[in-house]
Design a protein around this ligand. Structure first.
Ligand SMILES: CC(=O)SCCNC(=O)CCNC(=O)[C@H](O)C(C)(C)COP(=O)(O)OP(=O)(O)OC[C@H]1O[C@@H](n2cnc3c(N)ncnc32)[C@H](O)[C@@H]1OP(=O)(O)O
Ligand SMILES: N[C@@H](CCO)C(=O)O
Length: 378
């Protein structure tokens, strides 16, 4: 597959099959970086039942390109199978005999919650006009969802990567509303390295001639080349050097010769693998959401304006669990260890994996064990 063969962008629009989604209108939101969104809708899914005391709810926070479909098959309105399939259900780590599990699509996303592809007040898609948002704005919207569901305190808030950013922000902004917080393969603040890896990704999208300053909806085009390049860069950071060496080595993609006379089209197997992931993301994700969410991640710092990370975390009296993947080069395990050092009451766990950052999505048994252990206190 060459770059220009990539499919055009797909995202959820009103009128599409709703799958298992429910929707909550949570009103206008004043944004941290200025401006506002006059009417925010949140798409969410639930598993299990809220008990009479309304104290058994757990919020699962998805990562950059995830959505509310944590568990269950793909199907109409559900472009992908659950991204943590196997973790939610009777007797599972997120045990639906005990817990009411909630997962929403994040503010700025493209699977039903208000984002750049949603309608602005003038009836046209927001597109490039969608305002800059922060992780704190996303948590504000999730707090409104909790209010809508009648949940004063979550038994648990948990997530990996960008989902972990929102989980730790929840514990900091609303310490009284979180009993247990589980932060996987994540960080208390976006590091220089994470911001640096992000920059060429955003430039790739914005440099795509089909980007049109973010106003590509309705033109029959999308900046899929730029989004594909962004995903290739990101995907390498999500995996481990040793894994790529072991899986692909210097092998050529079958039927192709990267060192032959036509070496410009013949690919190494690892290049074909990256092309595949670029194509998959282009088929299920909106480039504008990729930009907005990436910049929200760059904003992340629970200590900003609060006297630093240690002072910010001091307000949280609940149970905090942090776990890093030992081969994660993007969110190295030292960032989890740093949180545990700044807040000594924290439980520190490790996720051994050969897969790097994506280990938090792949090592289901280990992740399930950490979740089960943390929620056993409840
Ligand atoms: C599953 C979802 O996408 S749910 C939606 C939400 N998603 C997320 O939050 C995370 C997005 N997904 C991801 O980041 C990753 O796909 C993961 C972490 C979930 C999966 O990781 P892994 O299971 O290790 O898959 P891996 O990275 O090895 O990729 C396998 C794919 O590469 C393909 N592949 C492997 N080698 C090659 C090659 N040489 N050339 C082309 N394709 C290749 C496989 O055929 C397979 O394709 P498929 O996924 O279409 O079946
Ligand atoms: N593979 C994950 C990595 C981000 O943490 C995603 O696409 O959301």
């Amino acid at each position: 597959m060459t770059i220009t063969d990539l499919p055009t962008t797909a995202f959820w629009r009103p009128g599409d099959p709703i799958g298992d989604r429910e929707f909550a209108d949570v009103g206008a939101v004043i944004l941290e970086r200025g401006g506002s969104l006059p009417a925010v809708t949140v798409a969410y899914e639930t598993w299990g039942s809220l008990n009479a005391a309304r104290d058994n709810a757990v919020l699962v926070e998805h990562a950059l390109t995830g959505d509310s479909h944590v568990e269950g098959p793909a199907g109409p309105g559900r472009p992908t199978a659950g991204w943590w399939d196997g973790l939610i259900g009777p007797g599972r780590p997120l045990d639906t005999d005990r817990f009411f599990v909630v997962a929403s699509n994040v503010l700025g996303g493209c699977q039903g919650t208000t984002g750049p592809s949603s309608e602005a007040p003038d009836g046209q898609p927001w597109g490039g006009r969608f305002p800059s948002i922060t992780i704190r704005d996303q948590v504000e919207v999730e707090a409104r969802l909790a209010d809508h569901l009648g949940i004063d305190q979550w038994a648990g808030v948990l997530g990996g990567s960008m989902g972990g950013m929102r989980a730790i922000e929840w514990a900091t902004t609303h310490p009284e509303r979180v009993a247990s917080c589980i932060v996987l393969a994540s960080t208390a603040y976006a590091t220089a390295d994470q911001i640096a890896w992000c920059q060429p990704q955003l430039l790739a999208i914005r440099s795509d001639p089909q980007f049109h300053d973010g106003n590509y909806y309705g033109r029959g085009v999308s900046p899929s080349d730029g989004l594909g390049i962004a995903r290739r860069i990101a995907h390498v950071t999500y995996r481990h050097e040793g894994e790529l060496a072991e899986r692909f080595g210097r092998e050529a993609q079958p039927g192709e010769d990267p060192l032959g006379p036509d070496g410009r089209t013949g690919r190494f197997a690892v290049e074909s693998y990256l092309d595949h992931h670029a194509g998959k993301l282009g088929a299920r994700f909106d480039a504008n959401s990729y930009l907005v969410l990436s910049e929200a991640m760059n904003s992340h710092d629970v200590g900003r304006g609060r006297g630093g990370v240690a002072a910010a975390l001091a307000s949280f009296a609940g149970h905090l669990v942090v776990a890093g993947v030992d081969t994660d080069r993007l969110y190295p395990a030292r960032l989890s260890e740093e949180v545990a050092a700044l807040r000594p009451a924290t439980t520190l766990r490790h996720i051994p994996s050969r897969f790097g950052h994506d280990g938090f999505l792949i090592e289901i048994d280990r992740v399930g064990h950490i979740i089960r252990e943390a929620l056993a206190r409840h």
